[in-house]
Design a protein around this ligand. Structure first.
Ligand code: COA
Length: 223
């Protein structure tokens, strides 16, 4: 049987040009990108401090995160936390900044040491705690509130902190891209949340949760 061939484009640079281009542009682009990250990081960290975010040593920002703290609430980034927000800071290409937001006084978001998120959203009306070494994938979303609640007449109003239920992620949890973790959920140490999963109930330690509705299995059966 004849093998399928890919169509060629006459304007495609030859291997020699390509090699030269790679030689010059890749290292240059990498240097410029690192320099841009470094300069930006100094500025965005200062902005975070100005907004009352508590930063531990060795926190790293790649790109400008979206950090918003309600008065009287706390956002604490532990040692070595990494927030990826710029397009090239993640292999998937971050299409939005890492977003961490408290909504009411008394709310708290804690990111444990060496945890990280890429273009993900954490939004707390009461409490979101992320354990040490936990990684939250591109565009995942975690919230402890439904944001809106219907009153006695069925009219949607803003949900206050009394309607929120804390969310806790243990140590070394891995949350796949575009997963959604909803209010009241506790995820045990070493658990894995599959890409696109919608998690509405607790996941025991070292279990894998995939799909919508979520299917939970011991980790050794999947990974
Ligand atoms: C959850 C995950 C880690 C499991 O990987 P794995 O152990 O290799 O799992 P498999 O591909 O062998 O799949 C095992 C079963 O789970 C299902 N499954 C795996 N991932 C799933 C997902 N995200 N959603 C729904 N079902 C999923 C498979 O369909 C398969 O089902 P079956 O047994 O009925 O056939 C992986 O699928 C995943 O979602 N990775 C996320 C990667 C990611 O987003 N990284 C972050 C980048 S920033």
């Amino acid at each position: 049987m004849r093998e399928a061939t890919l169509p060629t484009c006459p304007k495609t640079p030859g291997p020699k040009n390509e090699a030269m281009g790679g030689w010059i542009f890749r290292p240059l682009a990498r240097i410029l990108q690192k320099a841009g990250w470094w300069i930006g990081e100094c500025i965005w960290k200062q902005e975070a401090r100005f907004r009352g975010i508590e930063l531990s040593p060795r926190v790293s920002f790649r790109g400008r995160p979206c950090l918003a703290r309600a008065p009287g609430s706390r956002i604490v980034l532990g040692e070595g936390v990494c927030l990826n927000s710029s397009l090239r800071s993640n292999p998937l290409g971050c299409s939005r900044p890492a977003t961490i937001r408290t909504l009411f006084p008394g709310a708290e978001i804690w990111l444990g040491p060496r945890s990280g998120l890429s273009a993900a959203v954490l939004c707390a009306a009461r409490s979101i705690v992320v354990g040490e070494g936990t990684l939250i994938g591109a565009e995942a979303m975690i919230f402890d509130t439904d944001f809106h609640v219907a009153n006695s007449e069925g009219i949607w109003t803003l949900a206050g902190p009394e309607h929120a239920q804390p969310v806790t992620l243990g140590r070394n949890v891995f949350v796949g891209a575009r997963a959604i973790i909803l209010k009241g959920v506790t995820i045990g140490d070493g658990a894995v949340i599959g890409a696109g999963a919608v998690v509405t109930r607790d996941v025991p330690p070292h279990h894998v949760a995939v799909g919508n509705p979520v299917r939970i299995q011991p980790r050794n059966r999947l990974l």
